[in-house]
Design a protein around this ligand. Structure first.
Ligand SMILES: Nc1nc2c(c(=O)[nH]1)N[C@H]1C(S)=C(S)[C@@H](COP(=O)(O)O)O[C@H]1N2
Ligand SMILES: [Mo]
Length: 225
């Protein structure tokens, strides 16, 4: 089977995962401020010029012949796309800022890819679809409300600054959801699952906020405090 051709490089960084989980418990980096979206830099963030790499330590290498995107769950038209089928879809280009919960922000990223709205038009979510879970080739998951996925600035991106997205940044295909902290933007996306009942993802079950709006500084899940 083609998927046997996917190679996983690196090892799970369990110390880093534990440290980030501790950040959530300690409320690290919280300023307690909120800001209007008109303020470009959200509270507690600093602008960087580089593009840091953040993941669980395992970076899949997915040859294009083995790449598949599964779109399923509460949709009228479940779809499996091969790479050539994905690249045949209409493309858009747009520019957005990245805000990572570890406090770096990177402005003016030029992305190209297929818009979430284009995908939704094809798979047609059923009326009970309310949430989306992204499943990635490295085992990572993250969730977002359908209403927030269904925005014109949300992309399935295969290009950044005029080049293919590198493996370390989630190539061949990653999700880009600019309005939330970057952990919501799944790298190496493999499956987009539509569900009626929300399913918190990898960081969301480890103390991170379910929504993750940087301007409201929704870094961590502070419920129950
Ligand atoms: N598949 C996958 N996607 C992921 C992650 C991951 O570990 N695996 N990490 C998330 C986190 S915490 C961040 S900040 C961004 C980092 O993306 P970058 O490495 O391209 O900067 O990817 C997000 N998407
Ligand atoms: Mo992150």
């Amino acid at each position: 089977m083609a998927e046997n051709d996917v190679t996983l490089f690196g090892r799970l960084k369990s110390k880093l995962i534990d440290a980030k989980q501790q950040w959530a418990e300690d409320g690290r980096l919280l300023t307690g401020k909120t800001a209007a979206h008109g303020q470009r830099l959200p509270p507690g963030q600093r602008k960087v010029e580089t593009w840091p790499v953040l993941d669980l330590g395992v970076q899949p290498e997915i040859p294009l012949h083995a790449w598949r995107l599964f779109v399923d769950g509460a949709v009228e038209e479940p779809t499996t796309l091969k790479w050539g089928e994905f690249t045949d879809l209409p493309k858009v280009a747009l520019t957005s800022d990245i805000h990572c919960v570890t406090a770096w922000s990177r402005y003016d990223n030029d992305w190209e890819g297929v818009s979430a709205l284009e995908l939704l038009k094809r798979v047609k979510p059923l009326p009970d679809a309310r949430h989306i879970v992204f499943h990635s080739y490295d085992g990572y998951t993250t969730n977002v409300a359908l209403e927030h996925f269904a925005q014109p600035d949300v992309l399935l991106a295969d290009r950044w600054m005029g080049r293919e997205i590198s493996r370390e940044h989630g190539g061949p295909l990653r999700v880009v959801i600019p309005r939330f902290y970057f952990w919501k933007s799944a790298k190496w996306v493999r499956r987009i699952e539509f569900v009626a009942i929300d399913k918190p993802g990898f960081w969301e079950v480890r103390g991170y906020h379910n929504e993750g709006d940087p301007w409201r500084e929704q870094r961590y899940d502070t419920e129950g405090e």
